[in-house]
Design a protein around this ligand. Structure first.
Ligand SMILES: [Zn+2]
Length: 172
């Protein structure tokens, strides 16, 4: 065996290993993208002491049951409402923010809206990612009895119940 042969052999080996590593990382990224993201969070919005009702059809994303959420409009898949349930958001993209929800349901909130996540005041709430199973109370305008509103936020049981329902595709 001459030296040249070993050098070529060695280079081919390196290429195969590099190719393997590249393939692994490439697939890993692709799989990550296609993984079905699906989580939920509770929310309520008060404007001047009036609780807003988002259960109307106009706020709903209407689609056939079992729709593949990894396809479709990325903005709409970030955060939307289903099944005339107006207080639990469905998230199908990592990093979706509360601002994405209100943009998608076409309900603009003032930028200085106040948000309480699980009872804690969070600044700039509209730019914050929606956290799985969090329960947020939004306050816009003039509000009184704030601690009562926060205490009456969407419960963990309610979020879990909606999650269970949506996993079964709505039919029980
Ligand atoms: Zn869901």
């Amino acid at each position: 065996m001459n030296k040249k042969f070993w050098i070529v052999f060695f280079l081919i080996d390196i290429l195969l290993i590099a190719g393997g590593i590249f393939w692994f990382w490439h697939n890993r990224d692709t799989d990550h993208h296609q993984d079905e993201v699906h989580y939920h969070a509770g929310f309520q919005v008060y404007v001047d002491d009036v609780k807003q009702d988002f259960s109307d059809f106009k706020y709903m994303k209407i689609e056939p049951c079992g729709t593949d959420h990894s396809q479709g409009d990325d903005q709409l898949e970030k955060a939307h409402l289903h099944d005339n349930i107006g207080d639990v958001v469905h998230v199908h993209r990592d990093g979706a923010t509360w601002g994405d929800l209100f943009a998608n349901i076409k309900y603009p909130l003032p930028e200085d809206v106040t948000g309480y996540v699980n009872g804690q005041l969070v600044p700039k709430i509209l730019t914050m990612p929606i956290i799985a199973n969090a329960s947020v109370v939004f306050l816009a305008g003039e509000n009184t009895n704030i601690s009562e509103k926060i205490a009456a936020r969407v419960s963990q049981e309610r979020i879990a119940e909606i999650e269970k329902k949506s996993e079964k595709c709505g039919d029980e």
